[in-house]
Design a protein around this ligand. Sequence first.
Ligand code: F6P
Length: 358
Amino acid sequence: MKPRIGVLTSGGDCPGLNAVLRGVALAAEKLNFEVLGFLDGFEGLLPPGRFIELNRRSTSGIMPRGGTIIGTTNRGHFVAKIGAGDRAEVAPEIIEDARRMLNEHRVEALIIVGGDGSMTTALQLHEAGINCIGVPKTIDNDLEATAMTFGFDSAVAAVTDALDRLHTTATSHKRVMVLEVMGRHAGWIALHGGIAGGAHIILIPEIPFDYDKICEALTMRDVRGSIYSLVVVAEGAKPCHGQVVMQPNEGGEYRMGGIGHVVAGEIAVRSGRETRCTVLGHLQRGGAPTTLDRILGTRFGVKAVRLVSERQYGSMVSYQNYQVRHVPIADAVNRLRLVPPEGELIQTARDVEISFGD
Ligand code: F6P
């Protein structure tokens, strides 16, 4: 009987997840492992276990597909994250149930593909004696332990494309067009997408903004002869003396989003300019992954299998200095990589006349 590896995808979906699964399946086949893909994130670990076999056949042709063929969730019995830097424990009986089910199905190691919250859960499973390998995933690209995550490049491409399209209406109608993008704690998507899409003002969580400065930047553009403007706002951006905008949902939780409309409203009132807002939302997370995300996802999946074969349990795949390496999961959780306000990228943006509203 071949030894078995389990794999699951957890948290928000992200372009490149299927490339990881394909990488896992093919690399495992080469090393003589069988792979079970657990369905709907950690929930598939609950007895009796819900999974499909991942192999050459079942992963054939999935590379260009967005999302994940084994499903995911950012809710359920295993949610261990209650906010940035916070940690809640997964109930011990749930961990025991998962362990029993993995033993029954002869799964020797579990590859967990997920973001910061999912890595917190992975760490708990590892500490409880389940052999785990982490693969980092977030379109926000805000994990300190890896220089890059797959999904980010695809999200930035969606923002760039949206800005290219908004340019048309902005110039034709001489309007201010505001685009709200994802990025709860870090402004990487807004910054990269904004620079690539030719935005004139970029508002990110790391640099609190001032509406007077935004209006000054718009006036400066008038003076220079440009009577339209593109503004990119990360969902976690906030004014110097204000709060992050959040919306309550049915479950009594709060979800970020809404700052785009607030910023557009303030610009319209304060500057008298015709202003519109577009919220890009989940369009950033959907569709085919870019070339870069397909390659990075494949490399991460293959590396995860190699780490299983080397029994490097408790490790997370990490991208550093153009190499795919690994770090302890314990060193990776709860450490966000934010945009350095004095960094080279911000300075580059300022040098091409982008304002951060500060
Ligand atoms: O962390 C990834 C992310 O896409 C954030 O940028 C965004 O705030 C959040 O997930 C949205 O989550 P959901 O799909 O649950 O609304």
